[in-house]
Design a protein around this ligand. Sequence first.
Ligand code: UT7
Length: 331
Amino acid sequence: MNKIKAAITGVGGYVPDYILTNKELESMVETNDEWITSRTGIKERRILKGENQGVSTMGIAAVKDMLAKTKIDPKEIDLVIFATVTPDMTFPATANIVATSIGATNAFSFDMGAACSGFIYALATGASFIQSGVYKKVVVIGGDKMSAIVDYTDRTTCIIFGDGAGCVLLEPTTEDVGIMDWILKSDGGGESYLHMKAGGSRMPASTQTLDARQHFVYQEGAAVYKFAVTNMAEVAAQVAERNNLTPKTIDWLLPHQANKRIIDATASRVGISEEKVLMNIERYGNTTAGTIPLLLWDFEKKLKKGDNLLMAAFGGGFTWGSVYVKWAYNS
Ligand code: UT7
């Protein structure tokens, strides 16, 4: 009997309506469209506005989009994993909130925090639950409301991030498609370069932490850039090589959308030409755990059954990794 693999059988996504353009950022911090475009590739990003709107708002909308397309009964869902570093609250898990809201009353659910690599970590985790044979329907969501933790007086970070969420449905298959392989890595030594200092148990919220603006993303961009270029490209190349994937047989590269220059470097390391690189950074910026599922959502119609997809991400932690997916359906 063929081994059980986890196939992606549906995709959903959601981005908020509000568009924050480079032009508008020019009126908020000392920057300009030319600098942002040439250094990052970003033209605009989406922002979730309004009272009481958390990342769950976007996660719920993304899953509802997927449910409308796949027409599955939410009661059949066994597990919901939400990859995010901007949960609605520290607890309960945002995944719990989403699962109940979408009617997944028979599911268990939890959050996963691996920053920009969150979605691929959660994808590999969800796939493992399917491969074990125990669960049949797993929903993996990746999304972040970065506008909740970005300092809009800091021009080095506020130009990069945006809000959005995407999701996939995983189901078992014995066909030669699905989540084929992955390599995931982490290095806690990355903490000093990319973190949010306060609000956790080490440094709870206080008037001092608020005054020191420690509830915002802190990033040493140039250092993170160096680690990202090297590690994301290396791990993608390793996954490709050990699966005998060549530039010819890789149909699509799905890189985390942090910076167009990092994307280009990763593509060049793996030898993939521009037309095979999926990209929407110009419209959404860096949505952290949302970038890769939002690529699937935007480009779903281009993907054909049997296509070889190589995903790669790098982010806070540091965390990084690459996942090889053989696409399972024509939409
Ligand atoms: O997704 C999670 C992981 N994160 C990443 O992968 C992000 C990795 N890092 C990056 O993408 C880039 O480092 C940034 C886009 C954040 C910054 O680009 P950079 O080319 O590394 O710029 P830099 O930090 O080396 O700064 C170059 C110059 C500096 O001015 P001086 O010191 O040379 O006079 C900055 O002050 O650009 C200045 N600068 C800006 N100028 C206009 C920094 N931000 C801006 C800005 N507008 N928004």
